[in-house]
Structures are given as C-alpha cells and as structure tokens.
Design a protein around this ligand. Structure first.
Ligand SMILES: *[C@@H]1O[C@H](CO)[C@@H](O)[C@H](O)[C@H]1NC(C)=O
Ligand SMILES: *[C@@H]1O[C@H](CO)[C@@H](O)[C@H](O)[C@H]1NC(C)=O
Length: 181
C-alpha cells in the first residue's frame, strides 16, 4: 500500500509523519502471523524489480543493500566480509553512523515491528546528524553484524535502487566494486 506525503514541511523531520503512519497502519492492520516485509519506498527513487524478488522477499529480520546516488556518493553500500557479515559502511555521509544506510537501502520483516515499537521520533530529531535511518534501525537493538546483506556477492555487483531526483545528479566517490555506469 502507498501512503503519500501529505505536507511539504521543510524541517528536518520531513517525511516522518507518513512513515510513522505507515508503521501504525501495519501494527493495527497486520499481525505477527502475516508474512510481510515493510519497505519505505519513495516516489522519486528508481527501483529494479529484482530488488523485490531477489532481496526483499527473502528478508528474515532486517535486510540491507547498496543504493546508488545517495549521500553525495555514487554508491553507498554495506561493507561485507568474506563470511557474509557486515563489518562497516562504504559511504561518504556520516560514516560513523551505527547504521550508515539510506531509507531505500533496507527493509524489515514486519515480525520485527511487533517486537519493537520503533518510530521516527523526537529522539531521532535530537541525533539528526546521524540521519533518521540509523536512529530508526538502532531501536531494534540489533547489531550491524546481524543484518542480512544482499547483492554484495553477485557478479557483477549491481545496484537495484537509485536515489534519483528530478534534478541533475552530482555525485562523486568510488564504485566499491559495483557495476555503475
Ligand atoms: C487500519 O485499516 C482500517 C481499514 O482499512 C483503516 O480504517 C485504519 O485507518 C487503518 N489503521 C491505520 C492506523 O491507518
Ligand atoms: C508506539 O510508538 C508510537 C510513536 O512513538 C506511540 O504513539 C504509541 O503509543 C506506541 N505504542 C505502544 C503500544 O507503545
């Protein structure tokens, strides 16, 4: 289901209200018995359908992957070691965030939403320099090593979601091994 942005407020909390509403919707209208995954999509991103089939459908708890053209970088991606475990973040923006990912870079099995009442809240406003994504994910008390990374091991490594905007993109930085054109 799609909940559209209802106000064009310009504060740092922009886009939080409808995401909280979506979380409330899931908690009220679904139960832990439903098999479903929550993903915060955005009307100006570009999605490859394989993102849903190859990544999102398979998420047991919280899945995470590379996003193109975000945070001033060509690609933001989790750093994944040879055992398939996240060891850090290949990002330009705030690399020390506990969860250095974009809204388009993760999705959550809704089971987690019934375990933890996470939201975009006043505490996230206080630590805004970390971005709302890291604040949101921190509430699940899960370690980055427990996240499920996708796409890091494919050949070629592909980016299946792009933070496209309706303006000309300016991005720099490395490709981190991803096939970026
Ligand atoms: C849950 O679903 C009902 C019926 O569609 C709807 O009226 C209600 O607003 C939903 N809950 C939330 C929090 O959106
Ligand atoms: C969950 O969090 C929301 C937003 O912070 C709050 O309004 C709601 O009362 C909380 N629900 C429960 C069951 O704690």
């Amino acid at each position: 289901m799609l909940i559209k942005r209802t106000s064009n407020c310009t504060s740092k909390e922009r886009g939080w209200t409808h995401r909280n509403l979506a979380l409330q919707y899931v908690r009220e209208n679904y139960s832990i018995k439903h098999k479903a995954v929550l993903y915060f999509a955005d009307d100006d991103n570009s999605y490859d359908l394989r993102l849903f089939d190859k990544y999102i459908r398979k998420i047991k708890r919280i899945g995470i992957w590379a996003v193109g053209l975000v945070g001033g970088a060509l690609v933001e991606a989790p750093k994944v070691n040879s055992k398939g475990i996240i060891s850090g973040w290949d990002v330009i923006f705030a690399p020390n965030r506990p969860f250095a990912t974009d809204m388009a870079g993760f999705a959550i099995n809704i089971k987690e939403l019934f375990r933890v009442n996470a939201s975009f809240n006043s505490n996230c406003a206080k630590i805004y320099k970390e971005g709302p994504e890291s604040c949101f994910l921190s509430q699940f008390k899960i370690k980055k090593e427990q996240l499920e990374p996708f796409g890091y091991n494919d050949n070629p490594k592909e980016v299946l979601v792009w933070h496209t905007k309706t303006v000309k993109a300016t991005a720099k930085g490395q490709k981190h091994g991803y096939a970026v054109e």
